[in-house]
Design a protein around this ligand. Structure first.
Ligand code: URA
Ligand code: SF4
Length: 218
């Protein structure tokens, strides 16, 4: 299956999903949106009020700020994929619960697998925790680590910058460095994707006669 088909299938499943209790109170599931292959993927926390109404990610106040930050980083919303760690709105915008995160993670995993982003930007502590379980956002934001062949950059959540003005300059500074992270990821991908890992030298040995050499695929 190609990436477009897989992503469409994930979206189709999310909007009817009943794997956790968030489905009781949601209006619309929010699978996420963007092209079928991307250089950069953004992962937020969960849909808020407007996202739940419209079924689209980051369309409220935090989304407006995200659009501004993207523009400053020279990125268009249409060229990145935007989604969340939980696809349905936690009531009253409360934090997602561990069981909700666990129930929803297979959708995000499948999206990452299909999109094969070079850079993943985590927005807020819940998406950061998926890749850096013990990190603290206050000292990890703006830092990048390679996880499974993707450069993961932790950033504050735009909503945090709206509630706490002191965070905004830090978020802006981290976004301003995105072009640099993308460049670095492109330059260093070969070191982290396994592409440069040489296969072990074949042994200088003839295969035993009369026994066909077979490759096992499974
Ligand atoms: N906040 C999020 O984390 N995600 C959205 O989609 C909107 C607001
Ligand atoms: Fe399903 Fe995720 Fe929505 Fe829970 S939050 S109902 S796991 S799509």
């Amino acid at each position: 299956m190609d990436s477009a088909t897989i992503l469409a299938e994930i979206s189709r499943q999310v909007i009817v999903c009943e794997k956790c209790a968030l489905h009781f109170s949601r209006k619309k599931g929010v699978p996420g949106e963007g092209p079928n292959r991307v250089t950069v993927m953004f992962i937020g926390e969960g849909p808020g009020f407007y996202e739940n109404e419209q079924g689209r990610p980051f369309v409220g106040q935090a989304g407006k700020l995200l659009d501004e930050l993207l523009a400053k980083a020279g990125l268009k919303r249409e060229e990145v994929f935007i989604t969340n760690v939980v696809k349905c709105r936690p009531p009253g915008n409360r934090d997602p619960l561990p069981e909700e995160l666990a129930a929803c993670s297979s959708y995000l995993d499948a999206q990452i697998e299909a999109l094969q982003p070079l850079v993943i930007v985590t927005l807020g502590r819940y998406s950061m925790a998926k890749f850096m379980p013990n990190a603290k956002i206050s000292n990890t934001h703006g830092q990048a680590v390679w996880v499974n062949g993707k450069l993961v950059v932790a950033m504050y959540h735009p909503a945090a910058a709206l509630h706490q003005p002191s965070i905004r300059p830090q978020l802006e500074a981290d976004f301003a460095r995105l072009p640099e992270f993308i460049k670095m990821a492109k330059a260093d991908l070969h070191l982290h994707s396994g592409m440069n890992e040489k296969p072990a030298e074949p042994e200088e040995k003839e295969p035993p006669k009369d026994q066909p050499t077979q490759l096992s695929l499974f």
